[in-house]
Design a protein around this ligand. Structure first.
Ligand code: NIG
Ligand code: FE
Length: 392
């Protein structure tokens, strides 16, 4: 296989046996050759759900959860998302950006860890500001990462991640619809930021179905793809709502109904399953088998956030196989082409095909299944990560 490393486009030019490729292209076409004998080449992994921009530490909450506290116990006591919102509001834009790069200053470091674990396209959400000022600060950090880093990013506005203190869900939805979204639209029009998706945490005690519907509908009207959190801790009929609104994806779905699954299959609305969260919070597992059997497009995400601190899609695939009973080919498809579909990018990303982006990984094993079989330590296994034809 050869890919274009010479021009700036970085798309796959040809795939085939080495001698056929050599006949097709002159020697000068090859800027760099990698001998992959005894190794496997796979598409770059796609992480369809992350919250990578935040400040503050929530390691103490892990201990609380181990001692029996539920996610909602901590949330309602002012911890969880609220705690991270306070810290993120106080952090400067520069601090948040650098945190994506170096450990002591929390932001690019996180994205680099994801790249080292084989991720070449990642969805990044805002959602730890809730007020307009901090949501925009987060989206600017994501935009800067999109421009300056090699990893490809799909940006999601998630201002409805939690209801700000002192407001009802209806009031928060009104504020988002009348103040946040018009401002976002203006900034996107001027090219200052780029937002692809709109998200809401549709959950009992957070955004009810009606507020969720209003926010998602307004986002859709301004051209954003609907991609939201639903049916996680309680059955909310979020899947039914997403199918009705033409959502591209719904995440979590531990509590999805049978009707919701059927509606998602019919609407070609993908399910982004998050095995780390179900594992960490000891939730019941989403019914991946039922979804696959009914024809739902099942994707995977790490859900990287202060609650589920996992950068690694190979670990996510492993958990999906063991805990959700997915097969290894199903897990790989869910972490590549189906995750790209969840982000509306399956025409350009997620598989090794001529004309698609040259995003791939080379693993030092003769069978690709090692990527999933191995539990941790993938830095040793993943020898090269290539984004847009460039080794990074
Ligand atoms: O997808 N469920 C809502 N949002 C995140 C958790 C965010 C947090 O706890 O900070 C999730 O798991
Ligand atoms: Fe999430």
């Amino acid at each position: 296989m050869t890919y274009d490393t010479l021009s700036s486009d970085g798309f796959i030019k040809a795939i085939g046996p080495a001698d056929a490729i050599r006949r097709q292209f002159s020697e000068e076409t090859f800027e760099e050759r990698i001998d992959c004998s005894g190794k496997c080449i796979l598409p770059g992994l796609v992480d369809a759900h992350t919250h990578p921009v935040w400040a503050g530490e929530r390691v103490h909450e892990f201990a609380m959860k181990l001692a029996g506290a539920t996610y909602m116990d901590i949330h309602q006591a002012g911890g969880g998302i609220h705690f991270t919102v306070e810290c993120t509001r106080q952090a400067s834009e520069e601090e948040l950006f650098i945190s994506l790069q170096q450990r002591r200053l929390p932001g690019l470091w996180r994205l680099q860890c994801m790249v080292r674990a084989g991720t070449t396209l990642v969805e990044c959400k805002s959602g730890y500001g809730l007020n307009l000022e901090t949501e925009l600060k987060m989206l600017r950090v994501i935009e800067r990462a999109r421009r300056e880093l090699d990893i490809d990013i799909s940006a999601t506005y998630c201002g409805a991640h939690s209801v700000p203190k002192g407001k009802t869900a209806t009031e928060a939805a009104d504020d988002i619809i009348s103040n946040h979204l018009p401002k976002l639209k203006a900034l996107c029009r001027h090219g200052e930021i780029h937002v692809d998706n709109i998200d809401v945490f549709c959950e009992e005690g957070v955004f009810d179905l009606d507020s969720t519907r209003r926010i998602l509908q307004s986002g859709k009207e301004m051209g954003l793809r609907i991609n939201f959190h639903g049916d996680e801790l309680h059955p909310m009929k979020a899947a039914e709502l997403g199918a009705e609104l033409g959502a591209q994806a719904i995440s979590h779905l531990e509590e999805v109904s049978d009707k919701g699954i059927a509606a998602m299959a019919m609407a070609r609305c993908s399910a982004v399953l998050l095995p780390t969260t179900a594992y960490m919070l000891r939730l019941k597992q989403p019914r991946a088998r039922k979804m696959l059997d009914e024809g739902v497009i099942v994707a995977l995400g790490s859900d990287f956030n202060p609650n589920a601190y996992c950068f690694s899609m190979p670990m996510v695939m492993h958990l999906a196989c063991v805990n959700m009973r997915m097969s290894m080919p199903e897990a790989l498809a869910a972490a590549t082409i189906n995750a790209a579909y969840a982000l509306g990018k399956s025409h350009t990303h997620g598989s090794l095909e001529v004309g698609k982006r040259g995003d791939l990984i080379i693993i030092n094993a003769s069978r690709w299944e090692h990527l999933i079989y191995q539990f941790g330590g993938h830095h040793e296994l993943i020898e090269y990560v290539i984004v847009k034809g460039k080794v990074i």
